[in-house]
Design a protein around this ligand. Structure first.
Ligand SMILES: NC(=O)c1ccc[n+]([C@@H]2O[C@H](COP(=O)([O-])OP(=O)(O)OC[C@H]3O[C@@H](n4cnc5c(N)ncnc54)[C@H](OP(=O)(O)O)[C@@H]3O)[C@@H](O)[C@H]2O)c1
Length: 256
């Protein structure tokens, strides 16, 4: 079975301005998926990387929907925009996330709040908004997917990544739990747990020592690319609808 079963589907991809979200949006669009692109940086979605334009130039269809997932009203407006342009969706990828490590003793409540609001509440807002679409698509006999991008950090503790890891553990648990509600309705829930991947995620680290540590890990481990994760998402979502590759830990080969 190829990825061609994706053709004609309609997706929402959060975090589409860079990294895994962008790579996933591009790949899905190349298989004929209509893709709504959600992230804060409007210029990344339109002018800067011209993702929507590039996707359309490559024969796909894309809709740039600048959205801050930490803002409930903004998410509501984005959902309306997606529904007006595309109608109901049948594939949701929660890729948006932030990783702001620091020792818990530093007490960076600003970072904790940002990670909780984005990685947990933001994902929940998207799930709340589009789950009815997924249930309806499945009830109509079509394939319906919810894909959450969690992290190996949900399972393996790293010093000073306690709050980030906790948000990812929450997302992994949410995926497991949602399967009990949505699986019987034929909505497939897939939880992807990547290891070190070369994206912009580390650019926001506000701690020189931890930033240097990450650079060293990339040198030693040869990180995955965002395209590697996109490929996995395209693979899982293009399987027959009764097959759920439900949880995938994907690490660089050198990352033990
Ligand atoms: N890279 C890794 O090693 C790694 C490993 C395991 C898991 N992950 C997870 O993979 C996911 C994708 O991250 P990435 O590695 O591809 O990093 P990335 O390049 O930084 O992508 C994160 C995306 O999230 C968006 N975003 C952040 N805050 C947002 C908000 N409030 N509202 C809407 N969009 C927001 C960003 O766009 P804007 O800034 O324009 O909003 C960006 O497009 C994240 O959930 C991350 O936790 C990454």
């Amino acid at each position: 079975m190829s990825y061609d079963t994706l053709t004609g589907r309609t997706a929402v991809v959060t975090g589409a301005a860079s990294g895994m979200g962008e790579a996933t949006a591009r790949l899905l669009a190349s298989y004929g998926v209509r893709v709504a692109l959600l992230a804060r940086r409007a210029e990344r979605l339109t002018d800067l990387t011209d993702l929507a334009g590039k996707i359309e130039a490559a024969g796909g269809q894309a809709l740039a929907v600048p959205t801050d997932l930490t803002d409930a009203a903004c998410v509501d407006a984005a959902v309306r925009q997606v529904h007006t342009a595309y109608g109901a969706v049948d594939l949701v990828v929660n890729a948006a996330g932030v990783m702001l490590p620091n020792p818990v003793t530093a007490g960076r409540t600003d970072e904790w709040q940002c990670m909780l609001d984005t990685n947990v509440t933001g994902a929940l807002r998207v799930i709340r908004a589009f789950t009815p679409d997924l249930i309806a698509a499945a009830a109509a006999g079509r394939t319906a997917d919810l894909v959450n991008i969690s992290s190996i950090g949900a399972h393996v503790p790293f010093p000073h990544y306690a709050v980030y890891g906790a948000t990812k553990a929450a997302l992994t648990y949410l995926s497991q739990s949602l399967r009990t509600e949505l699986g019987p309705l034929d909505v497939r829930v897939t939880n992807i747990e990547p290891g070190l991947t070369d994206t912009e995620l580390a650019d926001h680290v506000d701690n020189a020592e931890l930033s240097g540590q990450l650079d060293g890990m990339f040198d030693a481990l040869i990180g995955l690319s965002a395209d590697d994760i996109a490929d996995l998402i395209a693979f899982t979502t293009s399987r027959a609808r009764h097959v759920n590759l439900r949880q995938a830990i994907v690490l660089p080969t050198r990352q033990a």
